[in-house]
Design a protein around this ligand. Sequence first.
Ligand SMILES: [Zn+2]
Length: 279
Amino acid sequence: MEFALIDGLKREPFLGGRGNCGMCGSAMVAKCGPRVMHHWAHFGRRNCDPWWENETPWHRAWKSQFPIECREVVHFADDGEIHRADIKTPTGIVIEVQHSAMTDAERLSREAFYQNMVWVIDGAPFSKNFDFYHLLPCPKSDVAKDLLWLKAKRHQDGANAGIFLRISEVRKDDPGVEKETWKGGGEMHFLCHGYPEIDLAYCGHQQYDWVRPRRTWLDASCPVYIDFGEDWLARLQTYDETGLACIFRVAKRKFIHDVMTEASAADIATRFYPLPGSR
Ligand SMILES: [Zn+2]
């Protein structure tokens, strides 16, 4: 852990440091060897929180984006269960930064416990299995409402560059058809042929394919943001009423601003705020 309590205050580890766990109160010892990331460990026994994952530099880098009082925050449930959240913001949103794979059961129990939470997943371990394909227009735009996109998939070069049908054209043969009732048929259009009105409606959505996905993140009920080491995060989501999966790009700066500002995890990156320094 990054913090132990000394005289009731959160302290970072230092050579020879002794403190107490902020959750169970037992003695902790600072581990500050030359080849380990400096951390606190429970003296003589394993961590008191079974959900705790050994931290990596990636975890620490995420936590360091937030004030000390927001990191390693003990959270109590009404039934007395307690856990240590990686990050909890002043508005009450919990951020769990997760490097390792996780079972469905553990994901479900954490989502039920924290409720108002988001996942930030380290994409580095599976980035070679995660392909980004063509951009999609904002699903709320007028142009997007008429379009049906073919699902992108690794090695499907056409669909990956963008192939769509127009519902308005399909209706000439099949009046009354909607996106969710479309059964096939219609003329294919290729995005690469140039559709500036579609390009202009882009607001962050994009097709992807995740080969051998860590499926639990696709089933999550709380928002999932994947960190591929860029200055943006990829939020997993459903694009439209066809059920097409997409990612939505959110600048890290925007994400960090919004988790500190919004009251609900579901509202992150749904509203525009002028950011400091932007005009
Ligand atoms: Zn403890």
